[in-house]
Design a protein around this ligand. Structure first.
Ligand SMILES: Cc1cc2nc3c(=O)[nH]c(=O)nc-3n(C[C@H](O)[C@H](O)[C@H](O)COP(=O)(O)OP(=O)(O)OC[C@H]3O[C@@H](n4cnc5c(N)ncnc54)[C@H](O)[C@@H]3O)c2cc1C
Length: 337
């Protein structure tokens, strides 16, 4: 039986599986049906977790989302994330299991570990996919991931010549559905050929993992764009943070702000950052480049503040404010303080 393996991400603070994993499992389950419909080939979905411990309810949810096998790669060395150790342990398991397809979440961790694993397996990786499918070419069925290319101007469907065929997929690309009634198999695998972690954390520049999750699931998101930057001066970013704190919003940014070192990449919204689906999204000095829009276009109400009345962001906005965003921040803060 062929396998689609989903690399499930674990929150190492509470040992729960991250939501994106269920989204990928449900999609993999749909792909098994598609494969059978196209060529009668039978695939199963294997959920794989690398950790020292795992929450029981999370395991149950993988079966409800569509997994047939749950593989717990277990070792104390997996109690917290290390890219080298995790990649080695995964590859050790891969050698036993040899799935045809591996799907990783395009989270900060997935984006680090997936290329390392695919390099070790001497295979390709289609990163940041927006869709996954199977297609038949000359009587042969191929895994067919699609991703944006040429600055998101085109969508490319990329067929791999090597096995395993691998892809990363961003959070919220697919929807998790917990309606399956699969009595799956649960197995444990004990890796033993890994080397000690040779990468040492010198200084942590990331906020706590929970604050990133809060940002991704926030109902109100403020987005700081280059219009707030003034020779790398953080003044307006700090003021925006202050307003956000008062009204219970979270602050994200464009890539330009991340490249300037003003905000961390985990708060970047867009094609090479995260996707947000907030009830309210407010852009402060954001031009609305297509790569940014890719990560915010599904927000329910979009408000944009920009001095340029022709700014692209206005084409996506429900409320358009042609004004100086810094002035609005100052006035808001004055009223709220
Ligand atoms: C392969 C690739 C991937 C990328 N991925 C991403 C991604 O994931 N996320 C992302 O965001 N970008 C991404 N980018 C970069 C993207 O193309 C843009 O460069 C970036 O989004 C622009 O950021 P910005 O809107 O902050 O800055 P700018 O484009 O410089 O826009 C600044 C805006 O602020 C306005 N402004 C200036 N002063 C004020 C003021 N006082 N008040 C109000 N408005 C003001 C200006 O009119 C302008 O519209 C990617 C690019 C590439 C090539």
């Amino acid at each position: 039986m062929k396998k689609i393996t989903v690399y499930c991400e674990v929150n190492h603070l509470n040992k729960k599986i991250a939501d994106v994993s269920y989204e990928l499992i449900t999609k993999a389950y749909e792909l098994t049906k598609k494969a059978f419909g196209l060529t009668n080939e039978e695939y199963i979905v294997e959920a794989i977790v690398l950790s020292d411990e795992i929450d029981d309810n999370s395991i149950k949810k993988t079966f409800a989302a569509g997994a047939t096998n749950f593989v717990f790669v277990k070792n104390d060395c997996l109690s917290k994330f290390s890219q080298t150790v995790f990649a080695q342990c995964f590859v050790e398991y891969y050698i036993q299991s040899r799935p045809e397809i591996i799907i990783f979440p395009a989270t900060p961790i997935g984006r680090i570990v997936a290329p390392r694993i695919t390099t070790m397996l001497n295979t390709g990786l289609v990163a940041d996919c927006t869709d996954l499918d199977f297609v038949v070419r000359e009587n042969k069925m191929y895994f067919a991931p699609t991703r944006p290319t040429f600055g998101s101007e085109l969508m490319a469907t990329i067929l791999s010549k090597t096995l395993p065929q691998c892809a990363t997929v961003r959070e919220k690309t697919f929807k998790a559905e917990f309606d399956k009634n699969i009595e799956g198999a649960l197995c444990e695998f004990y890796p033993n050929s890994y080397e000690e972690n040779r990468i040492k954390l010198v200084r942590s520049i990331f906020d706590k993992e929970s604050s990133v999750n809060d940002f991704l699931n926030a109902k109100i998101v403020f987005v700081a764009g280059y219009g707030l930057a003034d020779h790398r001066d953080k003044k307006y970013f700090l003021r925006l943070e202050e307003i956000a704190k008062i009204i219970g919003a979270k602050v994200g940014s464009t890539r330009k702000i991340v490249d300037l070192g003003i905000m961390g990449h985990e708060y970047q919204i867009g094609q090479t950052g995260s996707t947000v689906e907030a009830d309210v999204y407010i852009a402060f000095g954001v031009s609305g480049a297509i790569q940014h829009v890719a990560g915010m276009k599904n927000c329910k109400t979009i408000v944009a503040i920009n001095t340029d009345e022709n700014a692209e962001i206005f084409n996506y906005a429900d409320y358009k404010i042609v004004a100086d965003a810094k002035m609005i921040i100052d006035e808001l803060l004055e009223k709220l303080r």
